[in-house]
Design a protein around this ligand. Sequence first.
Ligand code: LRH
Ligand code: MN
Length: 396
Amino acid sequence: MKSESALQELAFQALDSFQIEIPSWGFANTGTRFGKFLQAAAASTLEEKFGDAGQVHKLTGVTPTLALHVLWDLPNGIQDVETVRSLETRYGVTAGSINPNLFQDQEYKFGSLCNPSAEIRERAVAHMIDSVTIARRLGSRDVSLWLPDGSNYPGTQSIRKRIEWLEDALQRTHQALSPSQRLLVEYKPFEPAFYHTDIADWGMSAHLARTAGPQARVLVDTGHHYAAQNIEQIVAWLLHIDLLGGFHFNDRRYADDDLTLGSIDPYQIFRIFHEIHLSGREVLGEVAFMIDQSHNLKGKMEAMVQTVCAGQELWLKAALVDREPLAGLQDACELVAAEELFRGAFWCDVRPLLREWRRARGLPEDPLAALAESGYVQRITAERGAKMAATVTSYA
Ligand code: LRH
Ligand code: MN
């Protein structure tokens, strides 16, 4: 059994190594295809998104970067780089991963990088290369690609041709990267396409990353799996073949529900974090932790702070797994003893240790309570409320 001080040292080391990127779109009004429930406090400008991100970082100390979606956050492309720079200085968070938008233009009806029209594919590749340039100008390492491309009916598209177009597009994007940049390739089994999706699983993503070039990696969005899939096994494989670039963390009960991390299956995230801890500290710089959620009902600031705290708790629980004796029990096939050791860490209430670490780092012991006490949400609700009235919400 570890001594009190040894436990605290281990915990502080683990928490010092945990950082998670927050998505600008997590602060905006989002919904489902059946509509949006508007929140007066929601962010609708890039400045408001940086303001909210700055507040989350002030309260938690572990969210120094903000993921940006190009057409949502830099509608004028490169021209908006200086604006982002000044917002970084004002709010104390920097631009993180740059996410191209290849899903909202009418011309992408039959695909973007995989569209049968060479002309449309060219425009999509141009957007990818613009995104790489924006990332370079902002000093962002990762260009994070999610592609909605696919089809809705059998026989309506050539799956093989689309693979070739995709390989070509990602090779050309990779050529545009500077030596310190990376291309992250996110997979998703379905939605918005409901027959085939061009990048549907980790194998397809891994192949495309390999053929694109040495600076390409796979991005694992925890919501992008069939319910029966073993996500931590996929993570173990991607670590083994050195292709794991990062995560989009969220939770789900059914499909890509984008619910808050750990709200439905916290043990899932614990099992994923265990595979990361097993790979030692050297992978930490290589594996980007990012949140990708849409807060349709919860208050967006509260949901974001709650998510970061849940991430810290589950990261610390997984750090407490005594990995050496566990390896011995696994090799000896001591199933129950191994499981009890593994599960035992998950059942640990790590919140006292987390409060100690926050106190030691000059951070609020309870960020959610500190958010409530700060009056921040009331202030932005008053400031932003008036704008909301004008917003139309209907889908059809
Ligand atoms: C697609 C996705 C992708 C983002 C979007 C907001 O489902 O996970 O990562 O671009 O959500
Ligand atoms: Mn995602």
